[in-house]
Design a protein around this ligand. Structure first.
Ligand code: NAP
Length: 246
């Protein structure tokens, strides 16, 4: 039987790459997006061509209503959930801490932290009710340990929260056979940098990366697929750096 997998933020970048690899690996997919239906539909079509049953789950992970909408589609469409890739996330424009506003921090933490925690909560409730375990992969960032001074300290702190959440949740649900891990990508070539008005940042940071190149969304997706798989059956509560050594 094909396993069912919810991927948040599947309309672009790392979430989209994960969806395509998961379809080929035999998962049926619930694909969440927020503002980019065209991107999500294109990924859904490609995943369907690769053999997956796909449902689209529009919704803003930053709101309780959005999360309810997402899970209503999952419940109606699949009636069960075997895995979650908690990927939706944002950065903001480059700024120093002295320029931060309450509105900026509210948005960042509503999406990256509170949204991710409540999306995971709803996945766990379903996995516990099913009684056959499950797998969650949270998408953190190397920023969690680098701190991102002078650029995105708020983003880095939001991802540090995800690292701590990953460890704590994994301990809580391990007795239920549910594994919870995180990936910590470094500089990956997606549109997230341009959305932060910092497309040139990828090239500027590349010389400081030991492997001397940025990463590709596919390389993060491969690590996520591994952590989802039975090959990672004894791995829980950990974070995996995908950073080219940075
Ligand atoms: P991306 O190309 O900008 O994609 C972000 C995805 O998140 C989009 O599908 C977007 O959906 C979704 N999203 C944003 N806000 C949302 C919301 N409120 N509700 C639901 N979905 C929302 O970025 P990416 O680089 O693939 O990033 C994916 C994850 O990797 C993020 O958590 C990011 O922090 C993390 N990461 C990225 C890098 C990197 O260098 N690229 C490095 C470390 C960590 P819509 O467009 O449909 O709104």
């Amino acid at each position: 039987m094909r396993k069912t997998l919810l991927i948040t933020g599947a309309s672009a970048g790392i979430g989209a790459a994960t969806a395509l690899k998961a379809a080929s690996a035999g998962y049926d997919l619930a694909l969440n997006y927020h503002s980019n239906p065209a991107g999500a539909k294109a990924i859904a079509a490609a995943a369907t061509d690769a053999g997956a049953r796909v449902i689209l789950c529009p919704g803003d992970v930053a709101t309780p209503e959005g999360i309810a909408d997402i899970y209503a589609r999952v419940d109606d469409g699949f009636g069960r959930l075997d895995g979650l890739v908690n990927n939706a996330g944002v950065v903001d424009m480059i700024a120093k801490v002295t320029d931060f506003t309450h509105a900026r921090l509210r948005r960042m933490f509503d999406i990256n932290v509170i949204g991710a925690m409540l999306i995971a909560k709803e996945a766990v409730l379903r996995m516990q009710a099913q009684g056959s375990g499950g797998v969650i992969v949270n998408v953190s960032s190397a920023a969690a340990r680098l701190g991102s001074a002078n650029t995105f300290v708020d983003y880095a702190a939001s991802k540090a929260a995800i690292d701590t959440f990953t460890k704590g949740l994994s301990d809580e649900v391990a007795p239920d056979g549910i594994r919870v891990n995180a990936v910590r990508p470094g500089i990956i070539e997606t549109d997230i940098h341009a959305k932060a008005g910092a497309a040139e940042r990828v090239g500027l940071i590349t010389p400081s990366i030991p492997l001397r190149r940025s990463g590709h969304a596919d390389e993060v997706a491969d690590a996520i697929l591994y952590l989802l798989s039975d090959q990672a059956s004894y791995i829980t509560g950990t974070t995996l750096d995908i950073t080219g050594g940075r």
